[in-house]
Design a protein around this ligand. Sequence first.
Ligand code: GDP
Length: 301
Amino acid sequence: DKGLSKTKESVFGKIARAIAGKSKVDDEVLDNLEEVLITSDVGVETTLKIIKRIEKRVAQDKYVNTDELNGILREEIAALLTENNTVDAESFNIPEGKAPYVIMVVGVNGVGKTTTIGKLAYQFKKAGKSVYLGAADTFRAAAVEQLMIWGERVGVPVIKQKMGSDPASVAFDTLSSAVANHADVVIIDTAGRLHNKIGLMNELTKIKNVMQKVVPDAPHEVLLVLDGSTGQNAFEQAKQFTLATEVNAMAITKLDGTAKGGVVIGISDQFKIPVKYIGLGEGMEDLQIFRRREFVDSLFG
Ligand code: GDP
């Protein structure tokens, strides 16, 4: 896979190097492996968990060679990855009776939120669904403009108001239009301001409450977008956003440009929230459904 090649080369290459010339898993191999995982942004906690499990297997099986280590690592990593199973994401089908299916997208500025929304709109539209976008990041003119550009590119309506207007009001308008026009999917962009935890929480709660006046079980999905190339920052953002609102899906972007796909493993393990999509470029098509087997294969080549 072209998109994940950097991730693959790096993690697999590093693991290969860490165990090169070794016939059996010993302390030195485990130390090297630990270093590879940490430098691949897996995170200390998850890395130690993986190393501990491998130590246990090595102790159990008495003798484990480095080929077997690869297989064990794959199994252990796959077990830590949480796949999405709430929606038939593969065909972009929405659950029965859930139209309009409302996705509220959260994340800090610059992580690829708008781009991910555009790519999602494209995929849903390609799957024959009608889509409405809501420009509820009313704090940045650029955010609204970017969303408008994506709306035009994909051919879906974007509901907006003037700058500085109430984000909840934009969300309300978007859901109202979507319902009136029997739309299948609504995707709401939100402001990515993290400067004030209580502020963020209040803002997202207000948007949710107002949306529920139109669609009582909205939002069906709170999708947190994280930049996969930012390592510890992505962990910190996941922490802040999961405290502020009930995130139930994640999209991890820019995995095409990073040699450190390990962030997906650590975040998935620590937050137990399904990774639903991965971003692999700036284009419309550069969004993939996250499948853990495929992902693990891509790490190990
Ligand atoms: P937002 O501020 O979170 O809405 O971020 P944008 O969607 O505007 O994206 C910020 C920058 O990251 C833009 O230049 C995007 O083209 C780029 N970007 C977004 N997703 C990806 C991705 O998966 N891969 C790469 N290489 N670039 C991306």
